[in-house]
Design a protein around this ligand. Structure first.
Ligand SMILES: [Fe+2]
Ligand SMILES: [Fe+2]
Length: 363
């Protein structure tokens, strides 16, 4: 028996051949359609959408069944093994959104960090009720951010590599959500307060997102419904921000959330155009989401801190509740609009009120 395994011996033979000057070089001419490709940088630099043109911009409706890891547009040799069974999302319509490459380009240049981009030196001692309300709100937001990262992480590794725009976009979302978790936790711990109470009500909605039966229903529930509600809330951030610190946090998170929602809307549109028969499934998961989020209005640790912040103190909690009712109306309205853009008419199916009778709440 030789010193090495047969595999190593074969490799050594090949190296001996190369030492004698016998090279293959077949790879040099392996992909004639893909050679000579030109790319022109856009205004903001060389983006993904600038290189994905011609041969490389052809995205198949069915992802490759060979070479799980082969980059789209290369030559895949005959003896490449079949795609691994872990890649279950092989149909373009199951994940695709026309804006994914653009959103990825935007995400990579707009990354920020909670260490140096937040003016922490502007934190000031706040009245107890305000600090407690900020800390409770940040406890709840940290809780949802965990799931907003876990959902794309759960599906990303199942997506066929031919749809790399989607995988890369989801990777930026995972990083975005990690940063959100980090910044809300940091705010809660940075000003003499700390974390307060978790939200059993929120867990129900979050579980529905993680346990959704397929990617598109999970995406509809999270990207359009959940993150849409959060985006509308962050847009009203000045109501909820007692100092420059929270204002900046909301503004930066809002940019990120806008991308996540934009992807979700375009994905659902792309999907429903090709699978109109699956509309009912999307409606059903939104039924669950709406019921779960409405239950949160009953949860003091979710609704009260926002009302205290929106009112400017516990003595004005009634005014704050009225302001939050106004924001709720906006949340529902924008949610219905986003679904409409995606091609789903939810007006007649909505299972929660469009308005909260805030005069009663404020009284
Ligand atoms: Fe987030
Ligand atoms: Fe998000």
């Amino acid at each position: 028996m030789g010193k090495y395994t047969p595999e190593v011996e074969v490799g050594l033979d090949r190296m001996r051949e190369m030492a004698r000057g016998n090279y293959d070089l077949g790879w040099m001419n392996s992909n004639p359609e893909g050679w000579g490709h030109q790319a022109t940088a856009g205004n903001t630099g060389l983006g993904m959408r600038d290189i994905e043109t011609g041969h490389y911009g052809e995205v198949p409706d069915q992802g490759s069944s060979r070479g799980s890891m082969a980059p789209r547009g290369c030559h895949i040799p005959e003896d490449t093994p079949p795609a691994l069974s872990m890649y279950t999302l092989n149909e373009k319509s199951e994940v695709w959104a026309e804006n994914a490459a653009t959103l990825y380009d935007e995400a990579v240049v707009r990354q920020w960090n909670s260490t140096t981009d937040i003016p922490w030196d502007k934190l000031e001692k706040l009245p107890d009720d305000i600090e407690k309300a900020v800390c409770q709100m940040c406890t709840g937001l940290s809780e949802v951010e965990f799931v907003a990262g876990d959902m794309p992480a759960k599906w990303m590794c199942r997506i066929n590599h031919d749809f790399h725009e989607i995988k890369l976009f989801l990777a930026t979302q995972i990083m975005d959500e990690a940063r959100h978790l980090d910044v809300f936790r940091k705010r809660a711990l940075a000003n003499g307060g700390g974390l307060l109470m978790a939200s059993p009500g929120q867990e129900e909605l979050l579980a529905a997102i993680l346990e959704a039966p397929d990617y598109t229903t999970a995406s509809s529930l999270m990207h359009i419904f959940g993150e849409g509600f959060v985006l509308t809330l962050f847009r009203q951030g000045e109501f909820l921000a007692p100092t420059e610190v929270e204002k900046r946090i909301f503004r930066l998170c809002m940019q990120d959330e806008a991308r996540h929602v934009a992807y979700g809307v375009k994905h659902l549109k792309y999907f429903l155009e090709r699978h109109p028969d699956r509309e009912e499934q999307v409606h059903s998961i939104l039924d669950v989401g709406e019921q779960a989020i409405f239950k949160l209005t009953l949860e003091p640790q979710t609704s009260e801190p926002r009302a205290i912040l929106a009112g400017g103190g516990v003595e004005n909690i009634g005014l704050g509740a009225a302001r939050m009712a106004f924001i709720y109306e906006k949340q529902v309205k924008e949610y219905l609009n986003r679904l409409k853009v995606a091609g789903l008419d939810r007006e007649s199916r909505l299972t929660i009120p469009k308005e909260i009778p805030f005069d009663d709440i404020a009284a």
